[in-house]
Design a protein around this ligand. Structure first.
Ligand code: NAI
Length: 345
């Protein structure tokens, strides 16, 4: 069976890592009964450079709505000026309300922690990312944090369903309801109600975010699923990436009811862009999540098998010392992709 996926190279290291990931995915599918038809589309600064008037062209949104999935490279958000974030706009336009960022130790990657296996579930559509900022008077600005019952119930249900479908045991809500009594208060009230209504088989815990971060760095293996509103989820995702080797090995996905966009946690890394140094593993792992999503939706076993083969290949490669510079190795982006393709051949 052939499946369509929109491919958004993005900015900075995006084109390098997405092209490597597609090569790896295509190699895993080669000679089998399934394939991916990549549908290239632009977003981010790349969209402007390709003559589109906006960072997020309508064609890109339409293409994702047509096939339901996309693999996306990171997009640069220029600071200040009149630009709003293309990532926030994409998530809002497609109502991709649930971000999932699995954080797992990889054999052979030298870190302070072992056996980390947790998942950050982030509410993707509101909080301070609502983007409602005003200059009240020169020198005084406000930024509005939005929390609605609808979005808070929805993300809580998503987190518990995710936990149940994967046999996970505990959901911990990170919050600051002692200070933001109304917004974070509403978020934890909804999470608690969802838990009590339908998910008492799963352990439920609430932690104030500052103490939660301390406990996380003391022992991340005490955590399972972390349920966070938008900004906390953003910060905690990068913190957790540090447990397992950094942003080069932390994949992600953004789910809505209908569409899903798969992208690494990392950004466009302007400091290493164009040098062939970026680790393509995080976006490749996001591609594996995409294949599993397609397999679940369509029942295509060949796609699920390809996802498994890629996992085996990267675990073996990294375990045996074939690594990019961020993991202490000497391979560049393409050489690492070559190593995986060889193992899939
Ligand atoms: P970043 O994630 O791009 O970089 C942080 C550090 O991690 C840098 O030192 C970078 O070299 C390193 N790094 C990131 N990915 C790597 C990889 N695959 N291999 C090796 N090293 C890697 O974060 P930063 O610098 O805060 O953001 C840069 C731009 O990316 C900004 O414009 C930001 O808005 C955007 N961004 C976009 C995201 C998205 O499209 N989903 C997510 C995060 C940031």
């Amino acid at each position: 069976m052939q499946h369509g996926s929109v491919l958004i190279p993005g900015d900075g290291i995006g084109p390098e890592v997405t092209s490597a990931a597609c090569r790896i995915i295509d190699a895993a599918l080669e000679g089998g009964d399934a394939s991916i038809e990549w549908i290239p589309c632009h977003a981010g600064v790349a969209a402007l450079e390709h003559g589109h008037p906006d960072l997020l062209p309508r064609e890109t949104i339409d293409a994702i709505q047509q096939v339901g999935v996309a693999l996306k490279g990171p997009c640069t958000t220029p600071i200040g000026g009149g630009f709003s974030s293309v990532n926030v706009a994409l998530r809002k336009t497609l109502d991709l309300y649930g971000a999932v960022r699995p954080v797992r130790s990889i054999e052979g990657v030298d870190t302070r922690y072992r056996d980390v296996d947790l998942v950050v579930v982030r509410e993707n559509t509101e909080g301070l990312y609502a983007g409602i900022e005003n200059e009240i008077t020169p020198g005084v600005v406000t930024s509005l944090k939005v929390a609605t019952e609808k979005a808070s119930y929805r993300i809580a249900k998503f987190a518990f369903e995710y936990a149940r479908s994967r046999g996970r045991k505990k959901v911990t809500v990170f919050h600051k309801a002692n200070i933001m009594k109304k917004s974070d208060g509403l978020f934890i009230r909804c999470a608690k109600e969802v838990h009590e209504a339908d998910y008492t088989d799963i352990e439920y815990e609430e932690l104030i975010i500052d103490a939660a971060c301390m406990r996380l760095v003391q022992d991340p293996t005490n955590f399972d699923i972390l349920l966070c509103e938008n900004l906390y989820g953003d910060v905690v995702s990068d913190l957790c990436a540090g447990f397992v080797g950094g942003l080069g090995v932390t994949p992600g996905a953004n789910f809505g009811e209908v569409n899903a966009v798969f992208e690494a946690v990392h950004g466009s890394a302007p400091d290493i862009a164009g040098k062939g140094l970026a680790n393509p593993l995080a976006i490749t792992m996001s591609g594996v999540m995409m294949l599993n999503h397609i397999a679940n939706r369509t029942g295509d076993a060949a796609i699920a098998a390809a996802a498994d083969r890629i996992k085996v290949a990267y675990n073996a490669a990294v375990g045996e010392g074939e690594r990019t510079g961020d993991l202490g190795g000497s391979l560049g982006t393409e050489a690492f992709a070559d190593a995986l393709v060889r193992r899939l051949g």
